[in-house]
Design a protein around this ligand. Structure first.
Ligand code: ADP
Ligand code: MG
Length: 352
């Protein structure tokens, strides 16, 4: 549905491009979430796609129609692409229902009423339909902005940090509802966020931006399990990134060609057991994973153990390579305890 080709934009008086040779496609009704730090070019990318900025290079296509920038349009923007900006842009002197009606003004009164009721129900706004924007909570303002953006049935919705100003419970509810509404309406969306949980929750696919470049586009699972670079790996947290050769004691098949490459293993893919427990237990009492991975235990010393509610976060140092590794455990470990550490699955080590 949407095709972005070699899109680049450098702002006047800026050395670095804000957006640099971006390529991706978005299918009909698909939700793509763009994740990146502040200043990585996310808003610029959305504004280019919305037709509010002009690219220096590259093209944007919506089906077989080229999206032109502000230089080519009297009224910037494309009728089927709606950008939901961070400041909501609601009409302050109009009630919620009237804000929606404004974007339906060329429809018959009957059609307007039907669509407004549908949108109010979808966005859970029926109870506040007759309030002014200033009388709404942050979450309700966000819902109104969403209803307004959806009013004229766009093909593509662009959401710039949609939940960033909301408290956690409100944000969770709104993110669930937004996902449901978009899927129900079959509207494609490009959602920009720096919140990893938003990305996992909403995305059919995730794109990672860094300094104007799109580093990787993949499903949430792929991005988490097979990150393209250490930067992508660390963006999602829970990553031990270190030299491949430091992981040698954990590896069943050690590839010497990779010795000096970077490697990554996620916290939850490492297991830990007290060394004394192994020494005293018979073969039958050992957990099944322990039995067939026997040769790939690595001796380690516990450096710290922090209680995080549902689990402990344990930092260990491998005796053989001095590698510092963080992992999750359901049991508490004492500092300086001798332990054994192993990989849940050998394939969980990613090298770059
Ligand atoms: P993000 O939304 O990821 O925070 P932006 O797209 O807003 O990133 O910004 C990308 C880069 O472009 C930043 O370095 C920012 O300072 C610069 N930039 C953004 N808007 C403008 C502008 N109107 N004029 C000049 N530079 C800009
Ligand atoms: Mg931004």
């Amino acid at each position: 549905m949407l095709t972005v080709r070699q899109l680049s934009k450098t702002y006047l008086a800026q050395q670095q491009p804000a957006v640099s040779s971006i390529d991706f496609t978005l299918g009909e009704g698909e939700i793509m979430v763009i994740v990146g730090e502040s200043g990585s070019g996310k808003t610029t990318l959305l504004r280019l796609i919305a037709g509010l900025e002009d690219p220096d290079e590259g093209e944007i296509w919506l089906h077989d129609e080229k999206v032109l920038g502000s230089a080519y349009n009297l009224i910037p923007g494309h009728a089927s692409i709606k950008l939901l900006a961070q400041d909501f842009n609601l009409l302050p002197r109009h009630k919620v229902a009237e804000n929606i009606a404004y974007y339906l003004r060329w429809y018959s009164a009957e059609a307007q009423q039907k669509r407004i009721e549908e949108l109010l129900a979808w966005c859970k706004l029926s109870a506040v339909a007759h309030r002014y924007p200033a009388e709404l909570s942050g979450g309700q303002q966000q819902r109104t902005a969403l209803a307004v953006a959806l009013a004229d049935e766009p093909l593509l919705l662009l959401l710039d940090e949609p939940f960033s100003q909301l408290d956690t419970p409100t944000k969770r509810q709104l993110r669930t509802d937004t996902h449901q509404i978009l899927k129900q309406a079959g509207i494609g969306a490009l959602v920009v966020t720096h919140d990893i949980q938003d990305a996992f929750f909403l995305a059919d696919k995730i794109g990672i931006m860094q300094q104007g470049n799109l580093l990787q586009v993949a499903t949430p699972q792929e991005i988490y399990q097979q990150p393209a670079t250490p930067y992508v790996a660390e963006l999602f947290g829970n990553a031990n990134c270190l030299l491949y050769n430091q992981l040698q004691p954990l590896l069943q098949y050690y590839d010497p060609h990779k010795a000096q490459q970077m490697a990554m293993v996620r916290y939850e893919n490492l297991q830990i057991v007290d060394e004394r427990l192994i020494a005293t237990s018979t073969q039958q009492q050992l957990q099944p994973q322990l039995q067939h991975q026997h040769q790939n235990y690595a001796k380690a010393v516990v450096q710290s153990c922090r209680f995080l509610g549902s689990h402990y976060e344990v930092t260990v140092v491998l005796v053989a390579t001095h590698a510092l590794l963080i992992l999750y455990s359901r049991k508490v470990f004492e500092e300086q305890a001798m332990v054994k550490v192993w990989l849940v699955e050998q394939k969980m080590v990613v090298s770059f």
